[in-house]
Structures are given as C-alpha cells and as structure tokens.
Write a protein of this length. Sequence first.
Length: 157
Amino acid sequence: MNISFNLNGKNYSFNVPTNMTLLQILRETIGLTGTKKGCDKGDCGACTVLFNGVTANSCLILAPQVDSAEITTIEGIGSVDKPHPIQKAFVEEGAVQCGFCTPGMVVSSYSLLRKNPEPTEEEIREALSGNLCRCTGYIKIFNAVKKASKEEKKIGR
Ligand code: FES
Ligand code: FES
C-alpha cells in the first residue's frame, strides 16, 4: 500500500506491505536507526517514538496506521552536533551505559517535559514506566530528567 506521513518535519511517501511496522519502516526503509528494536512486542519501550504527539511503541504500529501520521523520532529531538538538553543531561548524569534504551527514554522524557516542565519524581517514574533499562538502575535516568527540567527552565523553553 502507498502511505504518506510526516517524519521529523519532512514529508515521505512509500509503497510498503500492510504488515510492515513503523519500526521496520524507520529502520529498514528509511535507514533511521536511532529507534531501537528490543522485544518487538510492546514490552520494552526501546522503540518509543512520538506518534501524532503522543508516545507510542513503533513495533506495535502497522503501515496503515502510519498513513497521514505525524512522527517524531530521536533524530528529530537532537543530534550529536546539536544535542537536546535532555540528551546532554543523560550524558552528564551518567544515565547512559550500553545506550540501547536511551533513545526511547529520551523520547518519553521529551514528551513528559513538553506537557509538564517541572515533574515530580513520581511523575517522572510514571512517564518512564514503559521504558526498560537493564544497565543503570534507573536512578541516574530520573536524575537526568530532573536536571533537564531545571536546564530547560533556565533557558526558558
Ligand atoms: S521493541 Fe517495541 S516495545 Fe520493545
Ligand atoms: S543503558 Fe543499557 S539498557 Fe539502559
């Protein structure tokens, strides 16, 4: 089927099988590999993207749903040259170890801070509850989100 969608501010059109997932479209068709494939069944959050403005597991979204959608991936949030304050805070707080969960964690944190610029620890835990990390023990990740919240307040985002 033909699908058209907006990804990180750019319009795309592709002919893809209807059983292709958004995660496959991102990684295999477009070649954007920041979004990670972990469990491939909606459990780990490694594949988290913003889908029409809300966080979603891209491994659970099929091609027909992608048609006309607006999608933001980690590549649309920041880059190596221009990291987002959340990405900077993750590095500074030691919240990245193997890094496999990090893009999903950053997308979920970004979504939280857009809605709620000064979240409590409980709200941060709730917002990241769908993102699993096997390395950090989570505390450094929560600290990174708190730090990003303060930084964004300082720079008036
Ligand atoms: S890869 Fe999608 S939730 Fe794990
Ligand atoms: S840093 Fe390794 S899974 Fe989170």
